[in-house]
Design a protein around this ligand. Sequence first.
Ligand SMILES: C[S@@+](CC[C@H](N)C(=O)[O-])C[C@H]1O[C@@H](n2cnc3c(N)ncnc32)[C@H](O)[C@@H]1O
Length: 424
Amino acid sequence: MFEEGKKYKLSIIRQESSGAGIAKANKFPVFIPYSLPTELVEVKITKVKKSYAEGEVVKNITTSKDRIEVECPYYYKCGGCDLMHQKYNATLDFKMKNLKELLYKFSKIDSNYIKLNKIVEAEDKYFYRNKVTFHVDNDKLGFYLENTNDLIEIDECIIINPIFNVALKIIKKYIKDSGINKVIMRYGIHTKELMIVFDTYKVIDNKLIDELNKKIKVLKSVYMFNKNKFTLLSGESHIKEKLLDKTFMISPKSFFQVNTLMAEMMFSKVLKYITNTDINILDLYCGIGVISIIINKPNKKIIGVDIVKDAIKDANENKVLNNSENIEFVAANVKKVLQVIKKAKKSLDVIILDPPRSGVDKDSIKVINELLPKKIIYISCNPTTLCRDLKILKEKYDVKEITPFDLFSQTHHIEAVTLLTLKK
Ligand SMILES: C[S@@+](CC[C@H](N)C(=O)[O-])C[C@H]1O[C@@H](n2cnc3c(N)ncnc32)[C@H](O)[C@@H]1O
């Protein structure tokens, strides 16, 4: 029906999970990034598969009332953001609608019969990211276009913290023949501490480090990463960040939520779900121990589990820093730890889940359904795997409340916190 390279006039009927518009011809779907529902667009077909096609907008014949001028000059090429062309409130409506559809599709949950809260709006719609990775190719610094080896040179990115753009300008002057492959930067929003890591195959020019230190007062730590080893070049080994009045050390390897202010809102929600009578708590996929430390009280017995040894090393330092010595952090696979707990017949009040995008593995979900903690708090950055996992958990649990958070504005991604309670 469609031919690659040919142009067609198509009407966009809705947005799919990735934010792209969908048009249909004789029920055959065409995915068209950067198009919006209600628009009539001229589309060039770029790919035809058995059950769908992909296309790109050649021109808009009509324009949605939700379309806005994009302020980023790289937007339509870069691929890092995908909803900048849509009014902010309309992106939130889309994210809610998508979550409702996924809940029904993957877990057969009708959102009318559960407490699904309105998505929590982002504090900062732009300049919110506290971490960025710039790549280098042909002496140019920028981002790789999604799924390609083509680099787009960037002078300024409007979703990252402005301090990264200041550093970028300086680093660019030294990039020619520098041997730098990647530049990773992280910033503590509350502490005003910047870390820069150069992934490089040559020694870093001292003049670059001197200029960065001279011009960027908040620069606290500079590392070089070479042959799988981090070497501290200047400043301190860690930067710190505060979340809900607790202090966390961030090392070059640690996972840390990329939107500090929104992460605080999300963790406040988790905190509200923990009551005085919740004593035995398992914090699975704990990273550097943020959630364990935030919810900790002297009467609690918390075990945090993460597969990355360095994350657990940081978690242990963080617990000392926050006088939370009663928490036990374990470097292990969640799957193994759950088996041990099952064998020991340990009773649990709460299991907290904060898995990567792939969600919780099937075996672990099964064991959780056998352990039967009173509550499960599931923090997810991928609604599709969340809904897949809820389908199994709801055999034993009621889905009490879901709250989505707009942690990644200008993109289709969201985070969601779900409270599940054991069925009576
Ligand atoms: C989304 S992060 C959550 C981190 C932490 N809860 C936070 O908010 O900072 C997911 C974490 O899961 C860990 N992880 C991934 N697979 C795992 C597994 N099979 N067992 C244990 N930890 C795992 C990763 O190392 C990562 O730290």
